[in-house]
Design a protein around this ligand. Structure first.
Ligand SMILES: *Cc1c(COP(=O)(O)O)cnc(C)c1O
Length: 426
């Protein structure tokens, strides 16, 4: 990285608009782009010249966002898409064939567990969910049909931190890419590629946009993986029938994954981000550093306050010394352990529901990473459709409440938590 993170957050991926001089990134609300002539059109379709054809594939506002996130993550290229879940499918798409599997952590966002255990089976893919704290379990789950490892930096919602360096070594040893969902950490807290990740995925819905206005996702490729070495990734290393026999890795090198994601992934799956959404996310990213700094500062104070309160059973926040992940937090997210965590209240399910219903400043929503503080009872909402076992693995037990700490005055947050807990435990 030549420029600093904060400079990149504001400038990367954009320059003043050449047509108008507009300083902010214009919202290119257009479906198509006029070809100079037929020869120009042919070159664009052959990927011999980079340019715009149709907004399902590329759009200048959306590309600005993709390139900015690539710069912040230290990747070679990126593709923005319609949601975090779309990003996950887009990340797997160039790697998988029917019969292939991904070895993934049991401690994933509930929606991802759902997507991986049931929905991807319709493509003939599958996921093996194992305990990513246990390197032996990961290695044992890898078989000849495994095409990737998948985990989250800071696991949603259980407050576990993935030992990315150790997991990347296992992936490396097996000749497989490691995909890391960096949604809850953001590149300000952790840059997984520096810890050995191959691909980083984001739900831009969360901290990147930062104010609960957008549904979006991003896939960043490090550009460092050798797609041709093992013969396991024919979409990238062999002539791709879906793109008139182009050999993406041979032709495009470090940009093979990104170009495949655009030229085949977005073209055929169509999980495209819209320019208006990309614009909001670009604006959000401009203040990512400032927000994350306040998010983690507030989260640490709230977690410490909760931990000393007798009405609280325990707090699962890796920023606390009591967390079994405290030492990993110092290595993986040294600037702060994120702003999403869970705590268990005395009084069980009943008290939790009462607590959530009596909060005034915290909003009861199924979201995280907003400037506003948010609360949810995972067991009865986001993790409702999972089995008891899956809920336990994800840290979403019946007496557990998840908080997403915002950037308000922290004394007001504590006051609100305190009054609701008083009602709930009366
Ligand atoms: C929200 C979330 C997702 C899914 O993102 P959407 O934008 O809602 O599709 C994936 N991973 C994590 C960690 C999330 O928090």
């Amino acid at each position: 990285m030549t420029q600093g993170f904060d400079t990149l957050a504001i400038h990367a991926g954009t320059a003043p608009d050449t047509a108008t001089g507009a300083r902010q990134v214009p919202i290119y609300q257009t479906t198509a782009y006029v070809f100079r002539d037929s020869d120009h059109a042919a070159k664009l379709f052959n990927l011999q010249e980079v340019g715009y054809i149709y907004s399902r594939l590329t759009n200048p506002t959306v590309m600005a966002l993709a390139n900015r996130v690539a710069a912040l993550e230290g990747g070679a290229g990126a593709v923005a898409c319609s949601s975090g879940h779309a990003a996950q499918l887009m990340a797997l798409f160039p790697l998988m064939q029917p019969g292939c599997n991904v070895v993934a952590s049991t401690r994933l966002y509930g929606g991802t567990v759902q997507q991986f255990t049931n929905t991807i089976r319709k493509f003939g893919w599958s996921a093996k969910l194992v305990d990513f704290d246990d390197p032996k379990a990961i290695a044992a789950a890898i078989d000849d049909n495994t095409r990737a490892l998948f985990c989250e930096t800071i696991c949603n919602p259980g407050g576990a931190i993935s030992d990315l360096d150790a997991i990347a070594r296992i992936a490396d040893h097996a000749g497989l890419p490691l995909i890391v969902d960096n949604t809850t950490a953001t590149p300000w807290l952790c840059r997984p590629i520096e810890h050995g990740a191959t691909i980083v995925v984001h739900s831009a819905t969360k901290y990147l946009t930062g104010n609960g206005t957008v549904t979006g996702g991003v896939v960043v490729d490090s550009g460092k993986f050798d797609w041709s070495a093992s013969g396991k990734f024919p979409s990238l290393s062999e002539p791709e029938p879906a793109y008139h026999g182009l050999q993406f890795h041979a032709a495009l090198g470090a940009m093979a994954f990104t170009f495949h994601s655009i030229a085949v992934g977005l073209r055929d799956l169509g999980m495209t981000m819209n320019p208006q959404g990309a614009h909001y996310t670009l604006m959000g990213i401009e203040t990512l550093s400032l927000r994350m700094q306040r998010h983690v500062e507030n989260a640490q104070i709230v977690a410490e306050w909760l931990e000393q309160d007798p009405r609280v059973e325990y707090v699962s926040y890796p920023g606390l010394k009591s967390s079994p992940y405290h030492h990993l937090a110092k290595m993986i997210v040294p600037k702060g352990a994120g702003a999403l965590f869970t705590f268990a209240m005395k009084g069980g399910y009943e008290a939790c529901v009462k607590f959530v219903d009596n909060l005034k400043l915290f909003s009861h929503v199924a979201n995280l990473g907003d400037t506003r503080s948010l609360v949810i009872h995972s067991a009865s909402t986001t993790h409702r459709q999972l089995s008891d076992e899956q809920r336990a693995a994800a840290g979403a037990l019946p007496n557990v409440v998840r908080l997403s700490i915002g950037i308000e005055d922290v004394k007001d947050l504590i006051e609100d938590l305190n009054q609701a807990m008083t009602v709930a435990t009366a």
